[in-house]
Design a protein around this ligand. Structure first.
Ligand code: FE2
Length: 233
């Protein structure tokens, strides 16, 4: 199946002046569109045997003891450009802790590390294309851009569908967060409806009573309803 080309009016441009670091890495010439071939339309294929244990439970998968923060379930449905569920897709996530700090050598934010939170997880979609993670709600954090820019609370997503052309790297935001409208990275997505597709909704039906609330985040790999690729060259 030939993959549909990415709609450049929906996905963020490589150069977004308000997102200052894009000026250093954006290519100077417009990207060339090429029809997909066998290399983009087949593989890679992953097996369930690579995933296991508490990989999808970020609350416990770093030290075994529970991480600090608001306990949440993040779950959703993965579909392809024709609306079909995508089973057996690898979904990887990474995020800051409840205070907005990443466990990363280059994160110098003064919020403390949580000794029980690593911030990484992965799972495979099931036969109906569904995925689910247990985690904590990440905190907002400041970043050097305009002097006082803050990232909305967000979770980074990386997906491998059934074809390399279905690769998606994106970020999930939370319903009701006022920083979504203020963030130059989010606002580099040129289409309001596409930004809305990056916002997870509170899902009371998915909550675990007296344990964790749930947020639903559905993703689409390519096509007109595609989840926008994040704004990187
Ligand atoms: Fe981030």
């Amino acid at each position: 199946m030939t993959l549909s080309p990415r709609d450049r009016t929906v996905h963020p441009p490589a150069l977004a002046p308000a997102y200052r670091s894009t000026a250093l890495r954006a290519p100077r010439h417009a990207p060339l569109s090429m029809p997909s071939g066998p290399a983009e339309e087949t593989g890679p294929v992953f097996g369930h045997d690579l995933i296991g244990g508490t990989d999808a439970d970020l609350v416990h998968n770093f030290s075994g003891a529970p991480a600090l923060g608001e306990r949440i379930i993040v779950h959703g449905h993965l579909r392809d450009e024709a609306g079909r569920p995508v089973p057996d897709a690898l979904v990887e996530v990474w995020q800051a802790n409840a205070g907005g700090r990443y466990r990363h050598a280059k994160d110098g934010y003064l919020a403390p590390l949580d000794p029980n939170f690593g911030g990484c997880g992965r799972c495979m979609t099931d036969a109906e294309g569904r995925y689910a993670f247990r985690t904590i709600r990440p905190g907002a954090y400041p970043w050097p851009n305009g002097g006082n820019d803050w990232r909305p609370a967000h979770i980074h997503f990386s997906l491998f569908g059934h074809a390399f052309g279905q690769r998606l790297v994106t970020q999930m935001y939370f319903e009701g967060d006022p920083h979504v409208a203020l963030c130059p990275i989010v606002q580099s997505v040129p289409d309001a409806a596409a930004i809305d597709r990056l916002v997870a909704r509170l899902d009371m039906e998915g909550t675990v009573p007296f344990d964790a609330r749930a947020y639903r985040f559905d993703l689409v790999l390519r096509g007109r309803a595609a989840t926008p690729f994040e704004g990187r060259a």
